[in-house]
Design a protein around this ligand. Sequence first.
Ligand code: M6R
Length: 609
Amino acid sequence: MCGIAGYVGPKNAVDVVFDQLKRLEYRGYDSAGIAYLQDDKIAVTKRAGKLSELGKVLFESPKQAELAIAHSRWATHGGPTDENAHPHYDQYERVAIIHNGIIENYLELKEHLIAKGHKFKSQTDTEVAAHVIGEEYANGVSLEEAVRLSAKRLRGAFALVVMSNTEKDKIVCTRNASPLVLGMGVGENLLASDIPALLPYTREVVIVEEHVVAVLTREGISLIDAEGRSLPVKTTHIDWDIASAERGGFEHFMLKEVHEQPQVMRQVVAGRIDEKSKIRLEGIFGENVWNEIDRVNIIACGTAYHAGLMGKHFFESVLRLPTDVYYSSEFRYGDPVLSPKSLAIFVSQSGETADTLAALKLCKDRRIRTLGIVNVIGSSIARECDRTIFTQAGPEISVASTKAYTAQVMVFALLGLYIAQVQEVPGVKVEEWADELLQMDGFAEQCLKLEDEIVTLAGEIKDMPLCFFLGRGADAFVAAEGALKLKEIAYIPTQEYPAGEMKHGPLALITKDVVSIFGATDPRIREKVVSNMKEVQARSGKVIAIVTEDDTLTEQAADHVVRIPKTKFEFLNALLAIVPLQLLSYHIARLNGCEIDQPRNLAKSVTVE
Ligand code: M6R
């Protein structure tokens, strides 16, 4: 998510880490900061906004240091302010740290530290981690030992980088889930969250394994494992050019973002499901409000609208809570009938979509409660809504939305379960759902393993004149998102329909070249979907089915069957089906030579009506 940089060596470390941050700018961020040694103190300069804002204050006077760490932040805990920007000091200002990821147990740790007299200056989970490290360090151990011991006390996904004002020659870092790479130079060493920030300095890279603590000095790099045992240092030579390094070695940002979905699924639930499998959602309405809400209206555009359809499905089928979904552009001019006890939910990756923002203002004028499901912290929709849940998907660069969609749907499930927990809705097994949500990353990994099969399939159907996306129940809503992906990046006409509706008109379009992709992930209605598949086959149309791995019904009616993992809940099966659909759209577009990350006529953030 955020950018990490660090340097120790003979060059001016301040200049090097600033340059490294510039090389990570393409990822998006909302504030930045740097720490370096000045005499016996760690100097920290940080600013909200672009790197140029940091540069203005940092380079007011010349700075010289042999060791520095720096960070560009994409806000998660606490808004994008100077105080919340990294680096953060510990209680005694003896260490400074930067951090990517989310510390799930930061609230319990913070309470424990406050009870011991610690004072905090920011709202971040990172500052809590800094104080934990500072507490260990105050016991007289080495910096690497303090980091190793602290990492055992932290839960969540993190890459942590630490410097101190007493061991002035070293940077120490560790990671769990969040990425971190080291660059081995000659008489100098570096670290970064991503390879592009290392390439101008070295092409010899050390990938830090999870739970390993690394120590960088001018002379070298050493590694220890979680138990403090020394490990061998293995380097990998990177020969990517800078542009492909920015995409993590993937050919396009879209593919990178599709592959990030397991990690995003982990991030969405991070800190939101506790050890007892209860849902913890911070900063939303109080319990009395959830008990009062009589209806939900979900308002969004494009992919976010499709996530809203999944939200409706969850709220109605699991909670029996009446829910409508509106396109923002229709809602704002539609003179909607709104119950004063209703809740309006605005879904947006960018948080800046003009129609959604206008619909939000309409609800506020009518004094309707508003809740945002937004990816970009500090965005207009996040600021304007009464309450906001952040999707924590990290910056999405490709115009075609992929990981934001899965994150939005996961948030709807979390929110729905939270409401069920508050209202004690009979029959909803919140803990079972929560446990399954925690496993979604693994299921998504399995879906990504289908890629070779999908590439072959893409080659077989890439010239189709028309593609139907069909399903029943939640599969019909995922079909809508699959159809949008294919049309927007591969420019192939697509049409989504509930499978049972085909015979009422659309079947007239079926010919031997037309492809129909059926989602049939719900065993309860699979037989019905198979009947619809047969209707298409009988008219010589080509049929592809996406089913769960246990299916035995669809082979008879499909030309190709794609099998995804089976979860405990049909809703989650349907969500997983989006992964092969995203991959299929991507590979068709690639084989057809389309401009994938920036499709014609489209923009990432639609800030005009
Ligand atoms: O930033 P938002 O989520 O509000 O954007 C909404 C749509 O413009 C967006 O989802 C669009 O449909 C994507 N290009 C779809 O891939």
